[in-house]
Ligand binder design. Structure first.
Ligand code: MG
Length: 254
C-alpha cells in the first residue's frame, strides 16, 4: 500500500494512494487506522512528508562504488547521526541554503519507517519491525561538520530532510536502486547491495542501543555521486519501486 500525507484546502489529511484516487484515512498509521469514506484527487492536493518522524537517524559513508571496493570487514561501530525532526519537509518544498554557507550537497537515500517497537532485535527479524519505505534526501552542509567529528549541525538545518513522496509497504528493500538526478542529469544510481552496513545490520545494531519506536525513520546511506549544489538546482531522488522525491534548492532570504 501507498500511504501519504497531504494538504487539501487548509486541512492536513492522511490517505492511501490508489491508481484512481486518494482514499482518506484516520487513526494511527502503525496500529489502528480506518478509511474515512472521503476521497480526493491527487491533482487537487499538496503532498507533504508522508509522516512526521519521531526521530531521524542517518548512517554515514555507507556505499561502495563497486564490489571491488568492499572493505574486508564491516565496521564494528557504524557512524550514526541524528537529524533534527524540524528539518523534515515534503515533496516539491524548497530546500533552503542557509545564508553564509558555501557548500551544500544532496544525498538520495532509502528511508526505512519503523512500524513496531524494536529493542535488541536480531538481524533476521528486522523486517518484522518495519512499516514501509520512503525516499529521503539527507541534505548536508559539510561546513558545519564539527572538527571533532560531529555531524548533527551540518545535517539539521531547516528543510534539510526531504521525505516522500509516499510510504510504500510492498517493496523488497534488498532489491532496489537508489538514484538521483540533478537538473535532469543522473548523479547517483546504485543498488542497495552496494551498502557496506546492510539495512538489517544497521537497524539491529541501533536496536541494541536504543528502543526504536513506530514513526522512527532510518536513512540508510547514500550512493557514490552526491555532489555540491547551486542555488535553483532541482534535485530528484528516486527509488523506482517507491517514487520520486523532487525539491529545489533556494537561497535563504536575508
Ligand atoms: Mg547520508
Amino acid at each position: 500500500m501507498k500511504f501519504i500525507r497531504f494538504r487539501s484546502k487548509e486541512t492536513i489529511y492522511q490517505g492511501v494512494l490508489t491508481e484512481e484516487e486518494i482514499r482518506g484515512i484516520e487513526g494511527d498509521l502503525f496500529s489502528n487506522w480506518s478509511y474515512t469514506g472521503k476521497t480526493f484527487s491527487i491533482k487537487d492536493v499538496t503532498l507533504l512528508a508522508p509522516l512526521e518522524p519521531n526521530q531521524v537517524i542517518g548512517i554515514g559513508a555507507n556505499f561502495i562504488a563497486t564490489e571491488a571496493d568492499r572493505p574486508a570487514e564491516v565496521p564494528t561501530m557504524p557512524v550514526f547521526f541524528f537529524k533534527a525532526t524540524s528539518s523534515v519537509i515534503g515533496p516539491e518544498a524548497d530546500i533552503v541554503i542557509p545564508s553564509g554557507v558555501e557548500q551544500v550537497k544532496f544525498e538520495s537515500e532509502l528511508a526505512v519507517v519503523i512500524g513496531k517497537t524494536a529493542k535488541n532485535i536480531a538481524e533476521e527479524d528486522v523486517f518484522d519491525y518495519v512499516f514501509g519505505y520512503t525516499v529521503g534526501n539527507d541534505v548536508t552542509c559539510p561546513d558545519y561538520f564539527h572538527e571533532n567529528g560531529h555531524w548533527t549541525l551540518g545535517k539539521s538545518f531547516d528543510t534539510f530532510t526531504p521525505l516522500g513522496p509516499l510510504i510504500e509497504t510492498d517493496v523488497d528493500p534488498l532489491n532496489v536502486s537508489v538514484k538521483a538526478t540533478l537538473n535532469g542529469e543522473e548523479k547517483q544510481n546504485s543498488h542497495v547491495q552496494l551498502m557496506i552496513v546492510s539495512t538489517q545490520r544497521m537497524i539491529s545494531y541501533l536496536s541494541h542501543v536504543m528502543t526504536l519506536t513506530p514513526g522512527d525513520v532510518i536513512l540508510t546511506g547514500s550512493p557514490v555521486g552526491a555532489e555540491m549544489i547551486q542555488t535553483n538546482d532541482d534535485i530528484a531522488c528516486t527509488i523506482d519501486e517507491i517514487g520520486t522525491l523532487q525539491n529545489r534548492f533556494v537561497s535563504a532570504s536575508k
